[in-house]
Design a protein around this ligand. Structure first.
Ligand code: PLP
Length: 363
């Protein structure tokens, strides 16, 4: 029962599981008999340490992360990773391959230019980022310090199905908007990063999964708080971490485990996205998707209504009906339904029904 909860399709921060919010509410004033809230606990004490380590252990369990990797909690969001990655792993004069699939890839690329010689290994910009480049069209150089990609393009609504094999060159992925939406083989990646505020928890925590052999190559002549090695050496407790956010992240991971793990979540996410894509595909062009069908995202469903005035009306009526966050990103316009892990099936069902009814009324 979702009570009076909104149909929240926000792109981020986005819906959290109701069960997690209720548990946090119950524990808010007295966490495990301490007489304190989690946010009042010392980050050096046993009680918080257990919360912290449990969150790491749950993520390792859910993604089958081996001991070859460090799991780190960093602040500064996905955006700070755009800078930390090249600051740690790119030297002046050295190349890094960036696969350009949207605005977030562009931002990551822009930061890398400050440190070395990044280049576009492939790009779908010519189509306004409607698709993920084919693996055979991606061109790397053996000398690359790393290859960077964005696994899910939150703004354009495209998602990788299969990742490139980069051989001995480290593959680094920004998974901010689809981590834990489906099973992945972490071993394909030297590093994965994700701001928490879509599938993992509240904003303020960023998860970094980093292979130890890449970490060994990191620059150390950079500010302390920007060195991955400092986080690894100190179990992400070099300074005060965002303790309440990490606690909530741990509770979200617990919810994922209790829900049945990634296999169950994929099934649910596929069913949810299908409801909305089916409404688009059955509309005879009244609605049309932005992404090419084979690149469609399970998380961010981007679409337009056939003319601009109707689109405005669609968004206004949807808002009145209680659907939150359906406006496309301010840079591209249109409509976008973000159906992250915590968005219930019922919300997607209600949206697909609303789409069908709106079309019937205005065709
Ligand atoms: N990467 C992706 C794929 C995103 O969707 C976003 C934000 O929506 C970011 C990076 C930037 O994240 P942050 O706002 O945490 O810096």
């Amino acid at each position: 029962n979702q009570g009076n909860r909104a149909y929240n399709f926000n792109a981020g921060p986005s819906a959290l599981p109701l069960a997690v919010l209720e548990k946090a509410q119950q524990e808010l004033l007295d966490f495990r008999g301490t007489g304190m809230s989690v946010m009042e606990l010392s980050h050096r004490g046993d009680v918080y340490e257990e919360v912290h380590n449990q969150a790491i252990a749950r993520l390792k369990d859910l993604l089958s992360i081996s001991d070859d990797y460090e799991v780190l909690f960093v602040q500064g969001g996905g955006s700070m990773q755009f800078s930390m990655v090249p600051m740690n792993f790119l030297q002046p004069g050295k190349t890094a391959a960036y696969i350009m699939t949207g605005a977030w890839s562009e931002k990551a690329f822009g930061e890398a230019k400050l440190f070395g010689e990044p280049y576009h290994a492939a790009s779908s910009k010519d189509s306004n980022y409607r698709y993920i480049p084919k693996l055979e069209d991606i061109k790397f150089q053996e000398s690359d310090a790393y290859v960077h990609l964005t696994s899910n393009n939150t703004i354009f609504g495209t998602q990788w199905r299969e990742f490139p094999d980069t051989g001995s060159v480290p593959l680094i992925a920004d998974m901010s908007s689809d981590i834990l939406s489906k099973p992945i083989d972490v071993n394909q990646f030297a590093m994965i990063y994700a701001g928490a505020q879509k599938n993992l928890g509240p904003s303020g925590v960023t998860v970094v999964i980093l292979r130890k052999d890449l970490l060994e190559k990191a620059n150390t002549n950079i500010p302390t708080m920007l060195q991955y090695g400092i986080y690894a050496k100190n179990n992400s407790l070099y300074n005060t971490p965002p303790t309440f956010g990490i606690y909530l992240l741990g509770e979200v991971l617990n919810w994922v485990q209790e829900t049945g793990g990634l296999a169950e979540l994929t099934k649910r996410n596929e069913e949810k996205a299908k409801l909305i894509y089916d409404a688009i595909d059955a509309s005879n062009g009244f609605y049309y998707g932005h992404a090419e069908p084979e690149s469609r995202s399970l998380m961010n469903i981007t679409f337009r209504v056939k003319d601009e005035a109707l689109e405005k009306q669609f968004l206004a009526e949807a808002k009145k009906e209680g659907f939150v966050g359906l406006n496309g990103h301010r840079s591209v316009g249109g409509c976008r339904a973000s159906a992250y892990n915590a968005v219930p099936y019922e919300a997607c069902k209600a949206l697909s029904q609303f789409m069908v009814q709106f079309q019937a009324k205005h065709s």
